[in-house]
Design a protein around this ligand. Sequence first.
Ligand code: HEM
Ligand code: HEM
Length: 160
Amino acid sequence: MPKGYTRTQIVLHWLIFAMLIGMILNEDAIGEAFRAYMRSGTFTQTPLVAAHVFGGLAILALVVVRFAIKARRGAPPLPENEPALLKLAAHGTHLALYAILFLMPISGAVAWFGAQGWAAEVHEIFKPLLILLVTIHVAGALYQQFVLKTDVMNRMRKPE
Ligand code: HEM
Ligand code: HEM
């Protein structure tokens, strides 16, 4: 089992984090374009619309790379002194985060390229879900740092 994450894994974790913030901040243009397209079959292409589409597809590509590295290497074990229930919560949160990282761009692409209203609705529901999971994830990281006083936070800062 690896003792930590590689530099590539750490860069991908924080790069994807930054890109997700960019995507959530840049949601209005694509929303408008999508509604216009569904209404009239045409929309105005703007740099912000393209940034959402290509930014989202780039995230999907990076998540595939990230998942492949994790599947091949395995993940460092959680600290020994962490209660079993919290370990389960941590693993569950990571798994759910990966599921959303895959399904969010896929649902967006199905909505956009297939002009599917239902996929747009699914895509919208993922936004609060993602925010909720990240909040739990960050709370877990802070709990590790300040209550359990483990090295988990450092693992996403310094490569193994
Ligand atoms: C991880 C990647 C992505 C994130 C985080 C993301 C995030 C968002 C958010 C927050 C919204 C606004 C939802 C709302 O109105 O409440 C949105 C709307 C939309 N996104 Fe994405 N998106 C991603 C990838 C994509 C991709 C790859 C595409 C297309 C190829 C896409 C197409 C759309 C469309 C068409 C809408 C408008 C849907 C609607 O308003 O009902 N998204 N996206
Ligand atoms: C969109 C935001 C985020 C997502 C999607 C995300 C996702 C993940 C995932 C899936 C893992 C499991 C390891 C892996 O497979 O790469 C992980 C690990 C980690 N994340 Fe995040 N993360 C996000 C934001 C943050 C933030 C803001 C913090 C800091 C407070 C943070 C701190 C950590 C730490 C410390 C680990 C290592 C856990 C361990 O060693 O077991 N993450 N993150």
